[in-house]
Ligand binder design. Structure first.
Ligand SMILES: Nc1ncnc2c1ncn2[C@@H]1O[C@H](COP(=O)(O)OP(=O)(O)OP(=O)(O)O)[C@@H](O)[C@H]1O
Length: 586
């Protein structure tokens, strides 16, 4: 119920449309009730024409009123249908925007155990339930109740005995409606769920189509997808089977009501107890009576369904981000690029501590490399600097300001990061580089590409900077993707640049070039490099060596090499000597 109130509050901007739509709905109901009454009157005149001296005039008048009522009904139906849909879809659009915007604000930790498909379904499908609620379920609940009440009153006014008789099928209709809502609708929903599963699996498989081919898993995957396809179809068919039984049953029960009225009414008419016009009126009203009774339980089910969707949507909207900005957070301005970690410890989950008491200081403009065995926590340090996660203890400062005291936007404005697994958007090369800076000029884009050693290969692409690179940059090689990502980060021109394995996919020649470009950037900004290939970090002002989540060595290449500790060991494994040349040929 709480969600319904929240939803009503959200729909407030559209109340004018909903009120006009509601009034139109009342008018439609009244006109629907008027029609049979007029036909009944018309029948009364025709069957007793001798009683009405001005019968012709009356027939014409009634016919005109009937036509007018039908025309008015069209107008009100348009207003009701369009305005309720207008309000409902606008509300859906508003909520979808809110949910997406909220998702963008949630921290990294939130997404770790969520499937993309699940979240997409919340943004798109669950919100679509609101349209059903506002444009269909609530209006139908309202109109159906009104019609049932109105028709019942009219039937009892026309003839209480016949009215009482026509109520006989009602318990059976309510029963079958309830069965429909309880048994058939869940089946349809099961089919919908199966379709969502099929979509999620298809999305996964199509993204991994190369892996399927490489590992020759076509048959296995085909079976899996086929099973999902048939699960959906079978769920749909069993729902349709029940539905195919239900609808004729409802028509039969409604016809029974009509038969009761016709037979009993006929007998009563023979005895002169009921005029023919009342029988006609009865039959017309009955057709309006039984349908809403049957629909009522379906409508209630729809409302419940929409509320379940609302619950899932509000769950996201009300999720508190683990990373909270302080109320009086200041903007991080004029950053020089000093970075300080003071006794920082961190764990993703309580069982494993990833970083233990990490402390270091990086001066503005320094180039610092983080090295160490895989999984030691290098990337995690960069995540903490970006405040994607908060440390369990310790403080991280930029220019001596605790990053918890600054706005997240200004923090991210001052850090440029090339991640390990590069993500590029489906667009042109130029658009992808320009992602680093709004309104970047073509000259700036080309300049950034040149720094990242990407200009030459871009020029050789079929449409140069206008080449569309495909989903996730599928049309580019690993090294090309990395260089675009570097260009994007360079264009952002932030005072702190992080390169996490940014040159792992390029050949040694290109790596040298990129290295030179990075060296050229050195001094103009603080640069943090994570690299497994130690030849790339030799020029760093400081090398921080990590092991088991702790800093074990810190110094320049020469200092650490001379120390003959872990760094020396890592270098010798990679056959690098203190002058950064191979110790021996392999
Ligand atoms: N979201 C997460 N949830 C739980 N554990 C995580 C998560 N991300 C990383 N880890 C774990 O934290 C540890 C440190 O990971 P991190 O990516 O920082 O290492 P790394 O030194 O950058 O490794 P590599 O050199 O292989 O990139 C690893 O053991 C990893 O399994």
């Amino acid at each position: 119920m709480g969600y319904l109130i929240k939803l009503v509050k959200m729909a407030r901007p559209y109340w004018k449309y909903l009120v006009v739509s509601g009034i139109s709905m009342l008018a439609i109901t009244a006109l629907n009730l008027l029609g049979p009454w007029l036909v009944r009157d018309l029948t009364g005149i025709i069957t007793n024409i001798s009683k009405y001296p001005n019968a012709k005039r009356m027939i014409i008048n009634i016919s005109l009123i009937l036509i007018l009522s039908y025309i008015l009904r069209i107008v009100f139906q348009f207003l009701n249908s369009y305005l309720s849909h207008y309000a409902a879809w606008n509300l859906v659009a508003h909520v979808r925007t809110l949910v997406y915007s909220k998702l963008q604000q949630l921290s990294f930790g939130y997404f770790v155990d969520k499937q993309t498909g699940q979240l997409m379904s919340r943004v798109v499908n669950d919100t679509a339930n609101f349209e059903v609620l506002i444009a269909h379920a609530v209006p139908e609940l309202f109109t159906n109740s009104l019609i049932i009440l109105g028709v019942a009153c009219i039937l009892f006014i026309i003839n209480p005995v016949l009215a009482a008789l026509s109520l006989i099928p009602i318990p059976f209709l309510i029963l079958s409606g309830t069965v429909f809502a309880k048994k058939i609708l869940p089946n349809f929903r099961e089919a919908q769920k199966a379709l969502a599963d099929l979509n999620a699996d298809l999305q996964d498989n199509l993204s991994g189509i190369r892996e399927i081919q490489i590992f020759n898993k076509q048959e296995k995957e085909l079976l899996k997808i086929k099973e999902k396809i048939y699960r959906h179809i079978n769920a749909l068919l069993s729902a349709l089977k029940l539905s195919a039984i239900f609808h004729p049953t409802v028509s039969f029960l409604s016809s029974v009501g009509t038969v009761i009225v016709v037979s009993f009414g006929g007998l009563m008419a023979l005895r002169g107890k009921v005029p023919v016009q009342d029988i006609v009126g009865f039959i017309l009203y009955l057709s309006m009576f039984y349908q809403p009774v049957t629909q009522l339980s379906q409508v209630i089910e729809n409302v419940q369904q929409a509320l379940a969707g609302a619950e899932r949507v509000f769950e996201i909207l009300e999720t508190e981000s683990e990373i909270k900005e302080k109320e009086n957070a200041q903007k991080l301005k004029n950053v020089q690029g000093k970075i300080t970690f003071e006794n920082v410890s961190f764990s993703y989950n309580p069982e494993v501590q990833v970083l233990k008491n990490i402390s270091f200081e990086i001066l503005p403009g320094q180039m610092v490399a983080f090295v160490g065995p895989t999984g030691v926590g290098k990337t995690t340090i960069m995540y903490l600097l970006n405040r994607f996660y908060d440390p369990d203890s310790g403080t991280i400062k930029i220019d001596d300001i605790d990053i918890k005291d600054v706005t997240l936007k200004s923090l991210h404005d001052n850090i440029s990061m090339v991640m390990q697994d590069v993500f590029l958007f489906n667009g042109t090369v130029a658009q992808n580089i320009a992602y680093g800076k709004e309104n970047a000029t073509m000259d700036e884009i080309i300049q950034a590409a040149k720094i990242a050693c990407a200009h030459d290969f871009i020029q050789n692409l079929p449409q140069g900077y206008d080449t569309v690179i495909g989903e996730r940059g599928v049309k580019l090689s690993g090294g090309q993707k990395q260089r675009l990502a570097i260009a994007r980060a360079v264009l952002k021109n932030a005072p702190i640049l992080i390169l996490d394995e940014a040159t792992s996919s390029v050949d040694t020649e290109t790596e040298k070039e990129i290295q030179e470009a990075i060296n050229n950037l050195a001094g103009t900004r603080t640069i943090l490099i994570i690299a497994h290939r130690l030849s790339t970090v030799k020029k760093a002002d400081k090398i921080i060596v990590l092991k088991d989540g702790e800093i074990v060595e810190m110094g320049t290449h020469e200092e650490l090499f001379a120390k003959k500790g872990l760094y020396y060991h890592l270098c010798s494994v990679q056959l690098i000597d203190e002058n950064n040349s191979l110790i021996r040929e392999v």
